[in-house]
Design a protein around this ligand. Structure first.
Ligand code: GL2
Length: 825
């Protein structure tokens, strides 16, 4: 496997050697986990040659580097993906097969490194894959949480959170790099002293500190020898083992530092599109930002002596506002450590940092109480204060006498630090993640900023990596595509358009649907094993998998299932095509209505799945612990993809693209990237329903929506809503779902009832569902649309997205890592 030529014998020998060295075991004695470790180390060995070679190219060619700053990287399992990108997947499978090992079983031993919540974290992972594949120099910068996203158990229909101890067996794909340890300082106070030249020096004193120690993970590009690095930071106490500290009797301080270090990286906050505002979270942010910026600057200074030229070689992309302290940390280093003047430092910073906005949800906007911010980060606060002071002057100069502008735009206001404002003021680029989302940012949420800095705003529609979500997740379809159009799509997804002629070809249709069926059988077996439920692979697999959030409207979906059930009960002889409704979702641990919705789905499932009257025509399945690894199978098996958020609320969505790529038809609102998907695939091949974002925004502005009117006038709706509180689905506790009922009708409990317009969109959703079942029964029409969905998914490759970031924001240099160099390592 030195440079692309796979040597079966050498690989197997390497696996055997690893088992001997790691466990003193033979292949026959080792268990599957040990074999997974041994195989992974054998693969890592191959990766290391490319990783070393890539670093040499960096050193020699000195390309500009993007540092992708993100609190979350939802990488998913690495073994299979690395083999795919090394182009050795099939060869390794065969080699293992020959010695009686099954690669699927081995892959299944790997924990899912779940260092992210959902779309935002998974996007970061797809971006890293594309950066390597396209040949751009990049570091992902994040936190090595000891516990990632919790594991979800369903007990008695309720979600129970179980810690995810992903490191318990050791993770073979990480590399400990203690030589890049940095000190991070919290708290204390800032003393000012004069330098000889009369300028001021700021010194932080009486602080607590922790050490940041990175673990590097390789990110392998597809077939090009490029290996970038994901650096995730672990924390350790500084003084704990320093005798010094004990000598001075400073035991208390040593223990505190130990606790700080332990807590800092202990756990990922399991909130998606929502901030809890906890002090520890701000510490996490500064911790990984400070360490990453220090490492980036150290790397830069190794071969450059003019810090003023930093923007030519380094760019920091802020993945949402979470890493926004990057701006102030960079200013601190430039001013306090590099001795630059404010204006010079600001010039550099504002050419180096760029910001991506991922949501318009108000509860996700990060605002820190000044009190916490200042106490935890005293020097950083001073810097933010100065940035704010200068910015407010700028606003006043531009809009004299307009206090409203200052109130709406200042970084410090009302006792809070507004992180998005800081990111926009300091960033040289501000982007949204789908066209509609960017327009809403410009016209609504960030309108004041857009008016002041129109040149900063741009759109970068999200994308996904086809290497994981087609090649690895759906090998049957991947082979089918390659058989028809060659394998160019693996690195150039637009080539899928060449499938268009096959959409009308009877043979191709038959093959395509046969593959879909085999993937449905694979998922049905998984469901049987995990849920004990039999589902019919010939029924329509209608799937909604994503985080549970009210705006994503899983509630609308399950209410519709209840509605269908009522129809079928009332008329058991009706013509009814069998349907399987599949859900998968984690709810934030403290999000009550979200957790109750999970219970509702499971309760409805219990009643419907066990009702002999309906003869199995409706099945409802809640897949436990939805995560990247089982997601790959679910996308491959879906007929219908539910993307039903309240229009304007889903910034982009990325699951929508994964379904489309795998030939599912979307049932969705005109929200997020659905709009662009509709444009690509054509309105005949997608099922759109519900209010437009303009209508939603108008109702929100005018506060003129009254769900009670709908409830009073529509009997079918009234019946399902009443069933939430009459014990139909919770006979032992009829009040169980009262809060969900209230969320629809009761104006007392939220700012207004039915905040997410579920009843408003209900009828239109029912109609769209009807159109879907009718369409499904026209096998040819459906097959044609399914193929066209795959064929028109090309735009939604993260390769396209990253190329746009490179061309329009980062301006990176392309690198190549020659085979000859790899062979020398
Ligand atoms: C999100 C958006 O909700 C989602 O629509 C988008 O696709 C992703 C990636 O851009 O970002 N914003 C956010 O805060 N989370 C998301 O998934 N957690």
């Amino acid at each position: 496997m030195k440079s692309g030529v796979f040597d079966k014998k050498a690989f197997i020998q390497s696996v055997r050697d690893n088992l001997k060295n790691l466990y003193r075991k033979t292949l026959e004695e080792a268990d599957q986990q040990e074999i997974f470790q041994a195989v992974s180390f054998a693969v890592k060995d191959v990766i290391n040659d490319r990783w070393l070679a890539t670093q040499q190219v960096f050193d020699k060619e000195d390309p500009k580097i993007v540092y992708y700053m993100s609190m979350e990287f939802l990488m998913g399992r690495a073994l299979g993906n690395n083999l795919i990108n090394l182009k050795e997947y099939k060869e390794v499978r065969e080699a293992l097969d020959e010695i009686g090992l099954n690669l699927d079983v081995i892959e299944d031993q790997e924990p899912d490194p779940a260092l992210g919540n959902g779309g935002l974290g998974r996007l970061a992972a797809c971006f890293m894959d594309s950066l390597s594949t396209l040949g751009y120099a990049a570091y992902g910068c994040g936190i090595r949480y000891r516990y990632g996203m919790f594991k979800q158990k369903i007990q008695d229909g309720f979600q129970v959170e179980v810690p995810d101890n992903w490191l318990k067996n050791g993770y073979p794909f990480e590399l400990h790099r203690p030589e890049y340890t940095y000190e991070i300082k919290f708290g204390g106070h800032v003393r000012t002293e004069s330098r000889e030249d009369g300028s001021l020096r700021f010194v932080q004193e009486d602080y607590q500190s922790v050490l940041a120690i990175p673990y590097d993970m390789p990110v392998v590009g597809y077939g090009n020898n490029v290996v970038n690095t994901l650096m995730i930071w672990d924390a350790a106490a500084k003084d704990y083992f320093e005798l010094d500290s004990f000598d001075k009797g400073d035991y208390q301080k040593a223990v505190e530092q130990q606790n700080l270090a332990r807590n800092l990286v202990e756990v990922l906050y399991p909130n998606d599109n929502h901030v809890a505002g906890k002090e520890l979270r701000l510490k996490q942010q500064y911790f990984f930002v400070s360490a990453s910026v220090q490492r980036a600057l150290a790397r830069y200074k190794k071969n450059h002596d003019d810090i003023r030229r930093l923007p030519e070689k380094v760019t920091f992309q802020l993945n949402d506002t979470h890493p926004t302290v990057t701006v102030a940390e960079l200013m601190r280093i430039l001013v306090d450590e590099e001795g630059l003047g404010w204006d010079e430092a600001w010039e550099i910073t504002t050419k180096t940092c760029a910001y991506t906005n991922h949501t318009i949800m108000a509860e996700a906007l990060e605002k820190w109480p000044i009190e916490i911010f200042q106490r935890l980060l005293p020097r950083i606060y001073q810097i933010v204060d100065e940035i704010n002071r200068r910015f407010v002057l700028q606003i006043q100069e531009r809009y004299p006498g307009d206090d409203g502008k200052v109130a709406r735009m200042a970084i410090l206001y009302d006792g809070q630090v507004k992180m998005a404002h800081l990111a926009i003021v300091a960033g040289y680029s501000v982007n949204g993640v789908a066209r509609l989302h960017t327009e809403i940012l410009k016209n609504e949420q960030l309108h004041d900023f857009y008016e002041m800095f129109p040149e900063k705003f741009n759109n970068k529609t999200n994308g996904i990596t086809q290497r994981r979500f087609l090649m690895h997740g759906n090998p049957l379809l991947a082979d089918w595509v390659t058989k028809h159009i060659g394998d160019g799509w693996i690195t150039e997804l637009m080539q899928l358009a060449r499938l268009v002629p096959y959409a009308s070809d009877a043979k191709a249709q038959k093959e395509f649907m046969e593959i879909k069926r085999r993937n449905k059988v694979r998922l049905a077996e998984y469901i049987k094993e995990h849920n004990g439920i039999e589902v019919d692979p010939d029924s329509i697999f209608d799937v909604q998998v994503k985080r549970l959030h009210e705006y994503k409207r899983q509630f609308l979906n399950i209410l519709h299932v209840m509605y269908l059930y009522n129809e079928l009960k009332a008329n058991p002889q009706m013509d009814f095509y069998p349907r399987t409704f599949i859900f998968g979702a984690k709810a934030a641990a403290g999000y009550r209505n979200a957790k109750l919705t999970i219970k509702l789905i499971n309760s409805v499932a219990d009643v419907i799945n066990n009702d002999a009257d309906i003869k199995g025509k409706i099945k409802v399945v809640f897949i436990e612990d939805y995560r990247v690894s089982n997601a790959e199978w679910i996308f491959a098996a879906a007929d219908v993809s539910e993307q039903i958020s309240t229009a304007s609320k889903e910034a982009s969505g990325t699951g929508n693209m994964k379904f489309m790529l795998n030939g599912a038809l979307t049932l969705g609102t005109m929200d997020g990237a659905n709009v662009e998907m509709a444009e690509e695939v054509g309105m005949e091949n997608i099922f759109i329903f519900g209010m437009s974002s303009e209508e939603v925004i108008a109702h929100e502005r005018n506060r003129d929506y009254d769900p009670m009117q709908i409830y009073n006038s529509d009997e079918g709706i009234r019946k399902v809503v009443n069933q939430l509180v009459d014990g139909t689905f919770s006979p032992n506790d009829p009040g169980l779902f009262r809060d969900l009922y209230n969320s629809l009708l009761n104006t007392q409990c939220t700012q207004y009832a039915d905040t997410y317009f579920i009843l408003k969109d209900f009828r239109s959703y029912v109609d769209a569902q009807k159109r879907i079942v009718e369409y499904y029964q026209d096998k040819q029409a459906w097959a044609k649309s399914a193929i066209l969905n795959t064929a028109h998914a090309g735009k939604f490759s993260s390769d396209r997205t990253i190329q746009e970031y490179v061309d329009e924001i980062w301006h990176l240099d392309h690198i190549t890592v020659p085979d000859a160099l790899v062979a020398k390592m």
